[in-house]
Design a protein around this ligand. Structure first.
Ligand SMILES: [Zn+2]
Length: 377
């Protein structure tokens, strides 16, 4: 009797299981159907909401999920949005995108440009989705907690770099991918919002979770588009207007993982031996050999240095944040240091770092680098 009841019991359980399984399959099919109909809609940004409207969440869902799933486990959910984990704008949305020939399919992607947003996430999303002039956006936003939001498919041009020139190339928007990291940039003494070097009290750090996500994204994009060295700061390509993502972005750590540009201790040591033979680069020689060599090497590496600026004392010149000296210090020889150290006068070590970079990464039309060294000896 006990045996019979066990058989009946098992039978009932199986029936219940089969019923549940059928119900789940049916529900999944229904959800699929809902998603498919939603995809055919045109999605637009709800201007009144703090965040992007629900409708954006559903745009290009399939593409988005396929893309994001390749990024690995660091990729997490934005709680405000819930699932799915990634959100992407439909560039065909005429309400958002200007009828502009910049927004088009492009064949070549050769560079990645890093930015900080200078504001919080809510403000960032508003700015990048308002669809009004001045129209700005970027391909990816990475939040402080490490979430990645795709705003524009990399196959389209996004307007993140503006007027730009570096290493013999110009108009970086056309061939680069823009990554914006949510970061306020710096704290300012007093109420002024002007970026004046003397008013900046402290630069804002990037949380570990954020840089881990950024590195994952960079590595993914490098693999996808065959990029290795060409990962630059907005400040590198537009030094007279920008200096994001500042020296707190861990460029050195990225380079230690073999992405982006940088030089080894040995390469700097070698530069030290060559430049060290010119004593007037180490001391005040009166003829500004140090300054003139520094300016020449900045140009040699690819920075825009205006003719008028070359006549300025280089330390005076760098007392503004928007210039190629600051861009170079933040990315290379003083990466990881705060504003106090950036304000310090240039030293021989900075010059050696720059020389080593020029040697390692010559641009197409480089003259003989050693001929650029000014010396009155
Ligand atoms: Zn920027």
């Amino acid at each position: 009797m006990l045996y019979l009841s066990t058989i009946i019991d098992n039978f009932v359980r199986k029936i219940i299981l089969i019923f549940c399984f059928t119900a789940i399959c049916f529900c999944a099919k229904t959800i699929d159907a809902v998603d498919n109909t939603e995809k055919s809609k045109t999605y637009s940004v709800n201007q009144d909401s703090d965040f992007i409207g629900e409708e954006i969440k559903k745009a290009n869902l399939d593409y988005c999920m396929t893309f994001c799933s390749k990024l690995g486990p660091v990729y997490t959910v934005i709680p405000r949005f819930g699932s799915p984990r990634c959100h992407i704008f439909d560039p065909s949305n005429e309400n958002k995108v200007e009828p502009d020939d910049l927004i088009k399919n492009r064949e070549t992607i050769t560079d990645i440009i890093m930015h900080h947003t200078g504001c919080d996430l809510g403000q960032t999303l508003k700015i990048f989705s308002n669809g009004q002039n001045p129209f700005v956006n970027a391909h990816f936003i990475v939040t402080e907690t490490g979430d990645i939001i795709q705003m524009v498919d990399p196959k389209y041009v996004a307007r993140h770099a503006g007027i730009s020139e570096f290493r013999g190339k110009e108009s970086y928007n056309l061939f680069s991918i823009g990554i914006e990291m949510v970061n306020t940039g710096f704290k300012i003494n007093g109420a002024s919002k002007n970026v004046n070097m003397t008013e900046i009290a402290k630069l804002t750090e990037y949380p570990k979770k954020q840089t881990e996500s950024v590195f994952n994204l960079i590595k993914f994009l490098c693999g996808e588009y065959g990029i290795k060295d060409n990962i630059f700061a907005h400040g590198d390509v537009a030094p007279t207007r920008k200096w994001d993502p500042t020296s707190t972005f861990p460029w050195n750590e990225l380079f230690s993982q073999e992405f982006g540009m940088g030089v080894s201790d040995d390469q700097i040591k070698e530069a030290r031996q060559i430049l060290g033979q010119k004593m007037c680069l180490r001391s005040e020689c009166g003829k500004r050999c140090f300054d003139q060599t520094f300016y020449a090497l900045l140009r040699c590496f690819g920075y825009t240095v205006l003719d008028n600026d070359v006549s300025k004392d280089i330390n005076e010149y760098k007392n503004d944040v928007h210039n190629p000296v600051m861009a170079f210090l933040a990315h290379f020889s003083r990466n990881g240091q705060d504003i106090e150290q950036l304000r310090e006068p240039l030293v021989f070590a900075d010059l050696c770092h720059l020389y080593a970079l020029c040697k390692k990464y010559p641009t197409g039309n480089n003259p003989n680098i050693d001929a650029l060294i000014k010396s009155c000896e």
